[in-house]
Write a protein that binds this ligand. Sequence first.
Ligand SMILES: [Zn+2]
Length: 471
Amino acid sequence: MTIIGSDKTTVSVATGQNDYYPLYLSIGNVHNNIWQAHCNTLALVGFLAIPKTEKKNSDDIKYRKFKKQLFHSSLSKIFVNLKPGMTTPEVTRCGDGHYRRIIYGLGPYIADYEEQVVLACMVKDWCGRYLAFPSNLDEGGVSQSCEHTDALVDSVDFGIIWDEYGIIGELVPFTNDFPRADIHELLAPDILHQLIKGSFKDHLVEWVGQYLELTHGKTRAKAILDDIDRRFSQWMGNDSKALMKVYLPAIEGHVPDDMVRAFRALLEFCYIVRVDVVMDDILAELKDALRCFHTYHTIFQTTGVCFDISLPRQHSLVHYELLIRMFGAPNGLCSLITESKHIKAVKQPWQRSSKYNALSQLLLANQHLDKITAARVDFMMCGMLKHGLVMRIQPFGELGITSFPTLICLFLYDQIHADDHHSSADVPLCDCPSYMGPIKIFHSATATFVAPSDPSGITGIIDSRSCSISD
Ligand SMILES: [Zn+2]
């Protein structure tokens, strides 16, 4: 499978048009599922157009449809080169070391809910996977499929398709141009936007605030919220993921037990979906956490805080089990990987550009990055980059020690075998562990430590300055 991801990003709010819409692609059968692996294989394939119009036209229904159809047509055009791989099998070495005849397929597609709406050609607030009314998404229904949509388009009025099925019938999803691809099946789970930012921060945390206002009045509620803030503010700034870890003990005692239980169930769910290997017993735990969440989060309805708990991002929780069975552990499929890719592929190149007509400069920078990566692989294959360290010659040049890579290997060997009386002097260099990670040089470091019994200091605190290198 090919993992696709797209996500609009803003590089600067200060001057003019600085939004970019990068499209990323990765070959899915990499050796494991953790997001770092995907992040490294994710490549920029292009920038999608962001059409602009005068403000008075921006809400025009025809213009909005044009924008959406342009998005789909662009994707279709970009992926057309992959089509041969979807029809003719290719012998490929898989992650487990075995060779197989592979036919590639499109997707999954990583996108946040707003973009999923455009991708699935659906009306906002509907679910992209099942036909259920926005007022009660969790109830579920028939699976959405392009086949089903086509049948509707042939027999039912566009207005009815819109109102009754939540589908924009005039739009044709790009997946229709590819074999075995159905956009409704390819919408990937997205831990960052659906669970952490959506269900946790925008829904539950918000509702706690509303509950406190409802029960205690505005002023008292503000005091309690300040107290909750105080309980965790020393740990983090604006980071929702960090907030999750400390929120539970912070609200304890301020809200009904069932609210705490709802949070606990959601946290449980989030932690379970973030494991790297998901087995059947873990899926059972996941189901259980979801059942608890659905049981306890009704407290927000019964206390009158919120009548609408049928929200698309929160609703997505019910699809995780199936999505995990289809695509593997969602940890490797989260929009965190596109967000971190933005830094290398868009934000850093933009910083280095002249900022004028920057798009072509961004593309060139990415071409260079790709070529460097390809050259590195080629040099490694030719044996010119043994231990992968020669490329990072600069620090060693700075230190004036050209044998530094070798010294690291010997040092690591001696550290590992410190207890069993082996010395790196007795073994060939190729038996020593190699180090591939980054190396940083700190020209000096200061260590401050307390040594109360030391006679050399009046207060007992000693400063020590030393030259050091660390990884
Ligand atoms: Zn759904």
